[in-house]
Design a protein. Structure first.
Length: 315
């Protein structure tokens, strides 16, 4: 099994309850023991992979967990913390740097109005924390879920963050699984929204911003793909990679073929603490799992392909 990326979710506990979160925030979710968490980190150290996404829940919500990860896990060049940014104080930042963790992706969904519409709170605190992060040698990108509100505020968000040294923005539509599968008019983009998005992308490219855009091409109007190619974007389409080149592991040692089904009972493939389990056994079990049976959200639309759009200029 050639592993492109692993989603490592130390805990499902989160301080937010975002309206579209497909994992669903669990304010009282159980926390793994430090012994279990350390063993999971050592397991990850024993296998080869390209990218590691440390996420949640909120990965920085518990200091003991963070200290355990930093002291045990060996980061690669493509290891990222994906965070809502509300706990990123100077102590955490210095700890990450001391152990070789230098990449953060922070979730911000537009300026304050759009962000707090779907996340509830935190915008001002996140901006203040970003001002601290950029003082250090940390590579920081911004992840934004596209909604009717966030598209309208993207240029304002970029203009707010560019002077702080943030130049990479990752934009994507909602993943229609979990709570994200529930119909929410804010995330059902109309032709008008796609036309507006084209104009926004044109503006951002001319600001020399680094952009990646992930969209389901079955929901994208034909004129949008034509327009985005005219802006100099390259389009790469790919299929569902669950149990093929990626998997998810939580702090309890449970392995799932995909991050989107994390925490659903009976959907895990294997647990690394089972008797006589080796890394080779784990990878073989993942590769042989039937994603159609394991994923309750499986559909031909989601499984066939997604599309990622990269600007060839200024990228």
């Amino acid at each position: 099994m050639d592993i492109r990326s692993i989603h490592f979710v130390p805990n499902l506990r989160c301080n937010l309850a975002c309206s579209y979160c497909y994992v669903a925030a669990h304010h009282n979710a159980s926390m793994p023991s430090l012994d279990n968490l350390k063993k999971v980190c050592l397991f990850l150290n024993s296998i080869d992979f390209m990218g590691l996404h440390i996420e949640g829940g909120e990965p920085f919500i518990n200091k003991e967990n963070v200290d355990c990860i930093l002291e045990t896990l060996k980061p690669t060049d493509e290891t990222y913390f994906i965070t809502n940014g509300m706990f990123l104080n100077e102590e955490y930042i210095k700890g990450c740097l001391a152990h070789g963790f230098r990449k953060f992706t922070i979730s911000i969904d537009g300026t304050k109005s759009a962000h707090e519409t779907h996340r509830g709170t935190g915008f001002d605190l996140i901006i203040e924390n970003i001002k601290e992060i950029v003082k250090f040698d940390i590579l920081t990108s911004i992840s934004t879920v596209l909604s009717k509100e966030s598209i309208q505020e993207l240029v304002f968000l970029v203009d707010l963050l560019l002077p702080l040294g943030i130049q990479e923005f990752r934009l994507g539509d909602i993943v229609q699984v979990g709570r994200g599968a529930i119909r929410n008019e804010s995330f059902i983009l109309s032709e008008f929204d796609y036309k507006l998005l084209l104009g926004v992308l044109d503006t951002l490219i001319n600001r020399r911003v680094k952009i990646s855009l992930s969209l389901n091409p079955l929901r994208v109007p034909h004129f949008f793909e034509e327009g985005i190619e005219g802006l100099g974007f390259e389009i790469k389409k790919y299929g569902c990679s669950a149990a093929k080149s990626q998997f998810c592991i939580d702090g309890f040692g449970n392995i799932y073929p995909c991050y989107n089904i994390l925490g659903i009972p009976s959907k895990e493939v294997i647990n690394i603490f089972e008797h006589n389990i080796t890394p080779e056994t784990v990878l073989a079990s993942i590769a042989n799992s039937d994603i159609k049976k394991k994923c309750p959200y499986y559909s031909e639309e989601n499984a066939h392909f997604y599309a990622r759009y990269y600007p060839s200029r200024y990228c």
